[in-house]
Design a protein around this ligand. Structure first.
Ligand SMILES: Cc1cc2nc3c(=O)[nH]c(=O)nc-3n(C[C@H](O)[C@H](O)[C@H](O)COP(=O)(O)O)c2cc1C
Length: 177
């Protein structure tokens, strides 16, 4: 696996999944994980959820060079599923899992998003880009499209171009997997 895509939407066959799948169709070595299929509890200061599916997912991230986080815009922000995942990244900032967090360095983070508006709200993107920076990951950029029942020729062309950027990130010198 060279690319790991993590989908955080309230539906596995929705508009975000459609756009993400259009990107992944150009990436034969990509793997996709739907957060709805995992049991990941909210961040706990006492690490009460340490045995849930978060740490296996974090370890799967280490096997990829590029990580794609896909979320719809729900109320100007990432989905609740994706936010819980983000909060749990906190587990990787302290012992004993800090070593996992350190190994995210050099990987490239991308975002795929859909929303009801022609553009994503300005407040949507910064948590993705800033979190990449926090973990010393490269920021690859965001593909955002207005959600629709089907993808236009232009959507498909942009998905292909975005996949090409992900492919390029897979060959970045220093990217470890
Ligand atoms: C709970 C909820 C909140 C939403 N909030 C916004 C929003 O704040 N801004 C926006 O542009 N679209 C909003 N939408 C529209 C979705 O972002 C859009 O339909 C998206 O493509 C849905 O993706 P999905 O099929 O993966 O859920 C919202 C939809 C839902 C269900």
């Amino acid at each position: 696996m060279t690319t790991l895509a993590i989908l955080g939407s309230s539906r596995a066959d929705g508009e975000t999944a459609r756009l993400l799948n259009a990107v992944l169709s150009h990436l034969p070595h990509a793997e996709m994980i739907d957060l709805n299929a995992l049991q990941i509890g909210p961040y706990s200061y006492s690490h009460a959820n340490a045995d849930d599916d978060f740490l296996p997912l974090a370890r799967a991230m280490l096997k990829a060079k590029a990580i794609v986080l896909a979320s719809p815009v729900y109320w100007y922000a990432m989905s609740a599923q994706m936010k819980i995942f983000f909060d749990r990244l906190t587990d990787l900032t302290d012992p004993p899992y800090k070593t996992i967090g350190k190994q995210l360095m050099g990987k490239t983070l991308f975002t795929v998003a859909t929303g009801g508006s022609p553009q994503a709200p300005e407040c949507f993107l910064p948590p993705f880009e800033d979190t990449a920076g926090y973990f010393n990951m490269r920021w690859g950029g965001m593909l955002y499209r207005r959600g629709a029942d089907s993808l236009t020729e232009q959507d498909l062309a942009e998905a292909k171009a975005f996949a090409d950027e992900i492919k390029a990130a897979q060959t970045v010198i220093g990217a470890v997997a």
